[in-house]
Write a protein that binds this ligand. Structure first.
Ligand code: F0G
Length: 352
């Protein structure tokens, strides 16, 4: 193996992996931590984007899925099930295929981005649309796997998922040579904020970093149960990936916030879309709408002074923008085609 070996191989001594387990891997992890110059100028901070959309299936879910599928295979399971707003299903479908296992996904009807559905289709998952939201799908997945224990549940309620996802925090500390002052990330089912906090805490406990970041968990305003302190029965947001009203890892998210001196905040759909366009248009990084919530929340926290100028801030951008071309192209004006003529092209470029 030349180059990055995948995260189980990279961090095996820090993961709950049996000595005889064979990793099911697509060489996930090892994603870039990109300095965000424009965001830095806007905020007076040193801002980095942890670009998780560059994982094999285009989201951070691959970190958890390499572990969950490896674990499931080692237990002798032949099939896995998940509820999903899209990314988990794409990842589960790919890793199950890699392992020679069957995968079924429960998705909320009409509420997942096209690219994600295309991934699950291409990887041969059984796609089951449910006339309900993500929370209904997760409850159904839990009930089904409780009744049929031969089927593995690969949502982040599976402890192996959180184990794998904590490695993103390791990578950030490895690159920066320290922990950041603030870490912002979008929060839906709350597995990822739980995982990052575990990762930062383990490095800190082992003396590899001198501190831990304040965790800033950002939810969509129409789906912000952690901000309100109570579940939301009808979550609604353009950021379909985080359209979740009853996060499974509620306690993990609250612990991350409390222990880190952090905060939860809500970003409106307008703020999320503004951040979505800003990152693509100024940093050259195309993320999906939910991913931009981290940046939207970070910007608001800087404006309010919750983040002080000079701070080192990492924003996780969780999924690739290519997954949701519909949102990217919506509202784009019709453009008249031009003739095969350099003068016409020059005119379009604003040249005379
Ligand atoms: N960002 C993206 C792009 C996601 O797909 C998700 C969750 C999150 C953020 C939130 O992470 O749930 O750990 O708090 N997507 C799940 C799914 C629910 O089914 O793909 P979380």
């Amino acid at each position: 193996q030349v180059g990055w070996p995948g995260l189980i191989a990279a961090y095996r001594d820090r993961l709950a992996v049996g000595p005889d387990w064979t990793p099911v891997t697509l060489f996930e992890g090892g994603t870039p931590l990109i300095p965000a110059r424009h965001l830095g100028e806007l905020t007076g901070c040193e801002v980095y984007l942890k670009v998780e959309g560059l994982n094999p299936t285009g989201s951070f879910k691959d970190r958890g899925m390499t572990m969950a599928i490896t674990d499931s295979l080692a237990r002798g399971q032949r099939a896995v099930l998940c509820a999903s707003t899209g990314n988990t299903s794409a990842s589960a479908a790919a890793y199950a295929t890699r392992a020679g296992m069957t995968c079924a996904v429960l998705i909320p009807q009409g509420k997942i981005a096209m690219g994600k559905l295309a991934q699950a289709v291409m990887h041969g998952a059984r796609i089951i649309q449910i006339t309900g939201n993500f929370d209904d799908c997760l409850e159904l997945a839990r009930k089904t796997t409780a009744q049929y224990p031969e089927v593995g549940l690969v949502n982040s309620v599976n402890p192996a998922r959180i184990e794998g996802q904590k490695t993103a925090a390791f990578e950030i500390c490895d690159v920066l040579g320290r922990a950041p002052d603030v870490h912002a990330l979008p929060v839906g089912n709350a597995g990822n904020i739980t995982a990052y906090w575990r990762g930062y805490s383990e490095y800190f406990a082992d003396g590899l970093t001198g501190g831990r970041p304040r965790m800033l968990g950002v939810q969509a305003a129409g789906a912000a149960p952690l901000v309100h302190g109570a579940p939301v029965s009808d979550p609604e947001t353009i950021a379909t990936a985080i359209r979740i009203g009853a996060p499974a890892s509620w306690n993990g998210a609250v612990a991350a916030k409390e222990e880190s001196g952090g905060a939860f905040r809500a970003a409106t759909d307008a703020e999320i879309l503004a951040a979505y366009r800003l990152i693509a248009g100024t940093e050259g990084v195309f993320v999906e709408p939910a991913s931009a919530a981290s940046v939207a929340g970070m910007l608001a926290a800087c404006t309010e002074g919750w983040i002080e100028p000079g701070s080192t801030v990492v924003c996780t951008v969780t999924g690739n923008g290519l997954k949701d071309p519909d949102t990217a192209l919506s509202g784009m004006p019709e453009v008249e085609p031009l003739p095969v003529d350099p003068v016409a092209v020059a005119g379009a470029l604003g040249l005379d």
